[in-house]
Every structure is written in structure tokens, then in C-alpha cells.
Design a protein around this ligand. Structure first.
Ligand code: 5GP
Length: 219
């Protein structure tokens, strides 16, 4: 008798239900570096590229960091129902294009979102079973401020706006399933991997399990 354990098609690699990993933090806490590393290291994880009305920062590329839209184009996406969620953040529109997320899930992939608390809440309300929310905190406020200054991407005024926005973002930390304090990048990344791998082992995310266990019992 061929059992699931002998089967070289390895159901645990082929039959999976993707999860939505929603990551939020104040700007400068290291969320972008953590999420980019996770996507680079795990072939099953794809990054959701958002649409935004904010202009590109130096070094940002269309379709890599964001899809940059005019207000009219962004509104058209909302009106056509093409966004899974959207929110106003610091005077700009940000939203998640729905189609690539659905395509990734259908292909058995997981999707990582760099998203503010409003968006994370919307997605988690729509798909509570599939959503995992992670909040990244800086080790201190001065560290956050230092990191934003070190980037040298923004003017002093913009940095102050981002810090004020960060304070409002942090107010929502307790809505999240997990909180990582990013004191040391490698440690924080190890924490993120633990979360991801543990969440992947939840029974509901592995639809092959009932058959596998039935075959184990019959063996
Ligand atoms: P930034 O302009 O610094 O790239 O992003 C500002 C904020 O917008 C960040 O907190 C980021 O997580 C959030 N954000 C980026 N993309 C989306 C999105 O698609 N939806 C929502 N709701 N927030 C987003």
C-alpha cells in the first residue's frame, strides 16, 4: 500500500492554503528590511506591491516599491473595486491591488503586506482565518528618529510628520497577533521566521492533513 508518507508528490508541499502576513510599524522601525528579507528567503512568500498617490522617493521604482498613481487613477481603482483595502495615510492614498493577491493565493503562495493599521484591520476583518498580523516596534523613540535621519531621504519637516504618524500607528499595537521589538535585526528576523513557520503549521493551512492522518491510521 502506498501511504501519504511514501508518496513522492509530497502533499505538504503541494496542497497548502496560503496565509496573509500583515506587517505594520512606524516608519524607521525596520519593517521594510525584515519583510524584503523574508520574501527573498522563502520562495512561497510573495510581496504585495501597493498603489499609492504619494510621489516616489529618491531610489524608488515604479512597480518595485509601489505603483505610483495620480489621485484620479487611485480613485478609479477604488470605484472599480480593484483594491482589497485602502486608506489615507499622511494625506496620501495607499491601497492593495486585489488581483495579484488572489492570484498568489490560488497558486498556493503566502502574501506579505507592508501596510498601515487601517489596512491591516480591513484585511483581517475580510479574511480572519487567513490573516496573521505582526507589529514591529523600535527599541526606543530616539532610535527611530536616528534611523529616519540616517536615511537622508526626507526633509526635517517630513521626518517630523513621519514621527508623528508613527506615534499614531503605535497606538494600535495591541490589535496585532504578534509584536516584535527590533533591537537587533538578526534577532528580529529570527522572531519573524518563527512566527511565519509556526503559523504555516496550523492545521487549517494544511488541507492535506486529514487524508494523511487517515492513511496513517490505516497503515
Ligand atoms: P511610506 O509612504 O513610508 O512608504 O508608507 C507610509 C505608510 O503607508 C506605511 O505605514 C505603510 O505601511 C503604509 N502602506 C503602504 N502600502 C499600503 C497599502 O497598500 N495599504 C495601506 N492601508 N497602507 C499602506
Amino acid at each position: 500500500m502506498t501511504t501519504a508518507a511514501d508518496d513522492h508528490s509530497k502533499p505538504w508541499e503541494t496542497v497548502r492554503r496560503g496565509l496573509l502576513l500583515l506587517m505594520s510599524s512606524p516608519a524607521g522601525a525596520g519593517k521594510t528590511s525584515l519583510s524584503r528579507r523574508l520574501v527573498a528567503d522563502y520562495a512561497d512568500m510573495v510581496l504585495s506591491i501597493s498603489a499609492t498617490t504619494r510621489p516616489p522617493r529618491p531610489g524608488e521604482e515604479e512597480g518595485r516599491e509601489y505603483f505610483f498613481k495620480t489621485r484620479e487613477e487611485f480613485q478609479a481603482l477604488i470605484d472599480a473595486g480593484e483594491l482589497l483595502e485602502w486608506a489615507e495615510v499622511n494625506g496620501n492614498g495607499y491601497g492593495t491591488p486585489k488581483a495579484p493577491v488572489m492570484a498568489a493565493l490560488e497558486a498556493g503562495k503566502d502574501v506579505l503586506f507592508d501596510i498601515d493599521w487601517q489596512g491591516a484591520r480591513q484585511v483581517a476583518e475580510k479574511t480572519p482565518q487567513d490573516s496573521v498580523r505582526v507589529f514591529v516596534l523600535p527599541p526606543s523613540w530616539s532610535d527611530l528618529s536616528r534611523r529616519l535621519h540616517a536615511r537622508a531621504q526626507d526633509t526635517e519637516e517630513v521626518i517630523n510628520q513621519r514621527l508623528a504618524l508613527g506615534q499614531r500607528e503605535i497606538a494600535h499595537w495591541s490589535e496585532y497577533d504578534y509584536v516584535i521589538v527590533n533591537k537587533d535585526f538578526d534577532r528580529a528576523y529570527a522572531d519573524l521566521i518563527h512566527i511565519y513557520r509556526s503559523e504555516r503549521m496550523k492545521p487549517g493551512r494544511n488541507p492535506w492533513l486529514p487524508d494523511f492522518v487517515r492513511e496513517l491510521a490505516e497503515e
